[in-house]
Ligand binder design. Structure first.
Ligand code: FES
Ligand code: FE2
Length: 355
């Protein structure tokens, strides 16, 4: 499968990475994550260049990681620094992947390290981490291609069928907007009964509300959702309930996706029991409602490509369709740039092959 490589992908919650090697796969490549003795996070290819053992099954020796098979040790830059049995082979090194921290997550750059620039991760706005907000956070694996998960998130009309607890809209208005390479899918549900998911935060005596759900997609697969709920007909002001949420998706393989989410709110922000309840409701929806459905879709596709199955295009698919087009173009242009200028890394490994 061809992925966009020059991009930041959510790799792990920052606290997942410690002094025990952590094995994960991103974009079909095995990666080992750990922290060095300074506490900085390190990501290396998880395949020893000798006989291809997983370094993640080895041990940390100071800042280095020691292969569990014949004991070669690799430093934080990926180069072999120690061979118990003889000289250090010059060509022995593993790829090191750039990392950065943001939104409580460690992000990985699987492409050309020279192009890794922190500014290339889009800003998802102040509400994800703002002082007036708190959030439940979680993660799960989706056993399907990441683009099917993006489709799911950009088409929230699945909500009333798959997630009845999130609302039963009596009318849905939606618009798709494009700003550069950013896709917005904005939904508006006017004058609906206050749903069970909103009820704990609802302080008005009115039993009906307007709900807006504004989803924003950034390539390759990072989404921000802001849900705003207010009394029917009232303006959006300080009384509005705001639920900012992130959905960061990272392909593990063609048919599996790491899903990192946060679900925030501007109400009852010091109430930890409420945060646990929000976690349960959200985890249940994603794990027991979205994930199985997307998995069934994958099964029905039976390994065939999305376009080859001629999917019916509904007006509500505009945003997902746009996102697929934009990502496809970005991948194609990255591929043609790579073909025009074979990267320095492959040149270096050819030179190293003689040593
Ligand atoms: S496989 Fe790693 S040292 Fe042999
Ligand atoms: Fe859903």
């Amino acid at each position: 499968m061809t992925y966009l490589r020059n991009a930041w992908y959510a790799a792990a919650w920052s606290e997942e990475i410690g002094r025990e090697p952590l094995a994960k796969t991103f974009l079909d490549e095995p990666v080992v994550l750990y922290r060095d003795t300074n506490g900085d996070s390190i990501a290396l290819s998880d395949r020893c260049p000798h006989r291809f053992a997983p370094l993640s099954k080895g041990t940390l020796v100071g800042d280095a990681i020691q292969c569990p098979y014949h004991g070669l040790r690799f430093g934080t830059d990926g180069s072999c620094i120690y061979n118990y049995h003889g000289p250090v082979p010059k060509a022995a090194s593993v790829a090191r992947y750039p990392l950065m921290e943001r939104y409580g997550l460690t992000w990985i750059w699987m492409g050309d390290p020279e192009q890794a620039d922190e500014a290339k991760l889009p800003d998802f706005g102040p509400r994800l981490t703002g002082d007036d907000f708190t959030a439940a956070k979680g993660s799960l694996m989706v056993h399907a291609n990441y683009q099917l998960v993006v489709d799911n998130l950009l088409d929230l009309t699945h909500g009333e069928f798959l997630h009845p607890a999130f609302g039963s809209p009596e009318s849905t208005k939606f618009e798709t907007r494009l700003e550069g390479a950013t896709v917005y899918a904005n939904y508006r549900f006017d004058d609906e009964p206050v749903s069970p998911a909103v009820q704990p935060f609802w302080t008005s005596s009115s039993e009906r509300c307007d709900r807006w759900a504004n989803m924003r997609w950034e390539a390759p697969s990072n989404l921000y959702l802001e849900v705003i709920v207010k009394e029917s007909g009232a303006p959006v002001d300080d009384d509005a309930i705001i639920f900012p949420a992130s959905h960061f998706l990272t392909p593990e393989t063609k048919d599996s996706t790491h899903y990192f989410w946060t679900n925030g709110r501007n109400r009852l922000i010091d109430d930890e029991e409420m945060t646990k309840l929000v976690w349960q409701i959200t985890d249940n929806a994603f794990r027991n409602e979205d994930e199985p459905m997307i998995g069934l879709v994958r099964d029905r596709m039976a390994g065939r490509e999305f376009e080859d199955l001629n999917p019916i295009f509904l007006t509500t698919d505009r945003a997902a369709g746009r996102a697929r087009q934009i990502l496809k173009k970005m991948i194609e242009s990255e591929q043609s740039a790579n073909a025009a200028e074979p990267n320095a890394k492959s040149k270096k490994s050819l030179e190293g092959a003689d040593s």
